[in-house]
Write a protein that binds this ligand. Sequence first.
Ligand code: SAM
Length: 146
Amino acid sequence: MSDVNELPDDGLDDLLASQRRFYDLRAPDFADVTKLTDRKHRGLMPTTEVRAIVDDFAPRGDVLELACGSGGFTRDLLRHAHTLTAVDGSARMLELNRDIVGDPAVEYRHVDLFDWSPDRTYDAVFFGFWPLAGETHATPASKQTV
Ligand SMILES: C[S@@+](CC[C@H](N)C(=O)[O-])C[C@H]1O[C@@H](n2cnc3c(N)ncnc32)[C@H](O)[C@@H]1O
């Protein structure tokens, strides 16, 4: 399999940077169903569904959450994890997560997943994605080897 760093760029770095910027700009209204949206459908995943997904996975020990966003899954991961590290490429989304989840036990890291190598191991990794209709930026297949 090719190393992702050896693949031709083809503007992917600009595209990925635009995704991070997109979430920085969206953060103030993200997860607030009273605010105008650029999406076809409003709303968050029902909390009972989120809980069922996380409880089914039941991650124990030191858990890493990738692209935690506003915290749709973070709070429920905390119910299982011994420690939880939540990473995201948008500083503002991390701030929002901290405000919403409000638990000092979460360690937040501002990282670009395509440039980041963890400096330790974890017992479980969770990468949730609550797909909201109207999202226009699919991750390029050639960069999906993280
Ligand atoms: C739709 S949100 C999903 C958040 C959460 N996982 C959920 O399902 O509710 C996508 C998140 O991915 C983050 N993200 C996008 N590109 C990233 C990158 N290159 N590195 C780290 N995070 C990134 C965004 O900042 C955003 O918070």
